[in-house]
Every structure is written in structure tokens, then in C-alpha cells.
Design a protein around this ligand. Sequence first.
Ligand code: FEO
Length: 174
Amino acid sequence: MLSEKMNDALNVQANRELYSSYLYLSMSYHFESVNMKGFAHWMRLQAGEELVHTMKMLDYVAGKGGKARMLAVEAPRFTWDSPLQAFQHVWDHERVVTGLIKTLVKVAEEELDEETTEFLQWYIKEQVEEEESSDSVLSKVKAAGNDKGALEAADRLLGQRSFRFPRGFEIFPK
Ligand code: FEO
């Protein structure tokens, strides 16, 4: 059984994961609007991943007999000046999320909740991957600078990204 404090903290984090999905979906439609289809595709898949993170956390809460609550989702911004600005935003955002997950682990430890501490290790590992992948794209975009050809090449590369939704989370394939 989850403590009330743990239940609330997990619901708040699920909300931040859903906000991440919303933010990346906003970036995806922004890139669609400026005809950068590869960047848009990458962001769309990222939005899907974040929805999986949201549901995995809420499934855990519900599976422990807790209360999965849908909290209000903040509206993200909807335009960026350049791919560099957008991917800098992704990188900064993921660093913030990593900090939030670490704080959540501390709450689980303080609550002497070993099962939740263990459950959150998946998110710790996932954040390492998320930071690596956003850093890798950010480096490419930085290297491209204002070179139109290099940005188009980066756009084509990102358009090749694939992601398989885990079993039980098969949602909005395109
Ligand atoms: Fe689920 Fe990118 O944090």
C-alpha cells in the first residue's frame, strides 16, 4: 500500500511526464508547420514515449491500490525560433525531469517504500538514455549551425527514428 505522500508524489510526477508529452507534441506540430518533417517525426515519437512514462507510473499507482489522479496539464509554448532553440529546450527539460525523478526516489526512501524505490530505478535508467539522445541531437543541430544543407541532412536523419511501443502501451502509431 502506498502512503498518501508517495501516492501524491507519483501523481505529480505522472503529470510532469504528461506535460513532457504535451511539450514534445507541441514541438512536433511546430516543426510540421515549418516543413521540417524529420524533426516533427522525432518529436512525435518522443511525445509517445512520454505518454508511456505517464501511463506506466499511473498503472503502478493503480496496481498498488492507490488513486491515479489526472491533474491539470500546463500549456507548453508552441513556437521556437530554430531547431537549436527547440533542442536546447529539450535538453534543459530532460535535465529538470532527471532532478524530479531523483527527488521522487528520495521521497520513496524517506517513506521506507522499497518497492517504489525499486520501481523508480527504471525511470533513473530511462533518464540517462533520454539525456543521451537529446544531447546527441543537440550536438548535431549545433554543428549544423545556419547551414541549410546540414540542417536538412539532420532533418532526414531524425526522420528515420523508430520506436516500438512496449506491450500494453501500443498507442497512436503513424
Ligand atoms: Fe519521461 Fe523525458 O522524461
